[in-house]
Design a protein around this ligand. Structure first.
Ligand code: SF4
Length: 209
């Protein structure tokens, strides 16, 4: 079953919320809005508008990951067809509908963190030195702001323990994380570099004041 067919069936079965977005009927068409919003909202009528709406948060800051829990408020997009809804959702939550469909077909294979880091080259090769403890702390900090259900572990015998169990359980319409994103890998580089810098060894060796 392709994504459009699967998503149409999901809507027909009463599915109405994806991440922070509520989907409702609007005449013969559909309306998308932030799930927290009600009342007067700025109206858009093109699925392409989702791209702009997904870019910045309420404070105007860039959202490097579109699945963090800071989708801006104050808008509604009115669309005519389910195909347009799918396109808009692909801007709000890139690749998520495709992964959802692949997961339903049993075709989604997660990649554990150690495998993701093992294939890093150049300036990111240093991330292979990330300790398990550093990985748990980093994931606990960064991924707790993200709405995705995490399917990967640190290594086969090493689950992620720094996030609540719900973070690993599929929601009604799960946004799926099948491997560590580029942002997390970039932050892992920063953690390793900081931990191995001469300043940090000096600081670690210095007695507390
Ligand atoms: S690794 Fe996955 S869950 Fe964590 S922030 Fe990146 S996309 Fe979200």
């Amino acid at each position: 079953m392709n994504t459009l067919t699967a998503f149409t069936r999901w809507l027909e079965n009463g599915g109405r919320t994806i991440g922070q977005i509520a989907i409702t009927r609007s005449g013969e068409g559909w309306e998308l809005r932030h799930a927290d919003d009600a009342g007067e909202l700025q109206t858009f009528t093109r699925w392409q508008d989702a791209r702009t709406l997904a870019t910045l948060d309420d404070a105007g800051a860039f959202r490097p990951i579109k699945t963090t829990n800071d989708l801006r408020h104050g808008w509604r997009i009115v669309l005519s067809t389910v195909a347009e809804v799918v396109r808009a959702l692909d801007y709000f939550y890139p690749a998520m509908l495709g992964l959802w469909t692949a997961d339903a077909r049993g075709e989604l294979t997660p990649t554990d963190l150690r495998d993701t880091l093992a294939r890093q080259t150049g300036m990111y090769r240093i991330t292979q030195k990330l300790t398990d403890e550093q990985a748990q702390a980093l994931i606990g900090r960064q991924c707790s702001r993200c709405l995705k259900t995490m399917l990967w572990r640190i290594a086969p015998a090493q689950p992620i323990t720094s996030l609540p169990p719900e973070k690993h359980q599929r929601a009604a319409f799960p946004l799926l994380c099948r491997e560590a994103c580029n942002l997390l890998v970039g932050l892992a580089r920063g953690v390793v570099k900081e931990a191995t810098s001469p300043e940090s060894s000096t600081a670690a060796a210095s007695p507390p004041a």
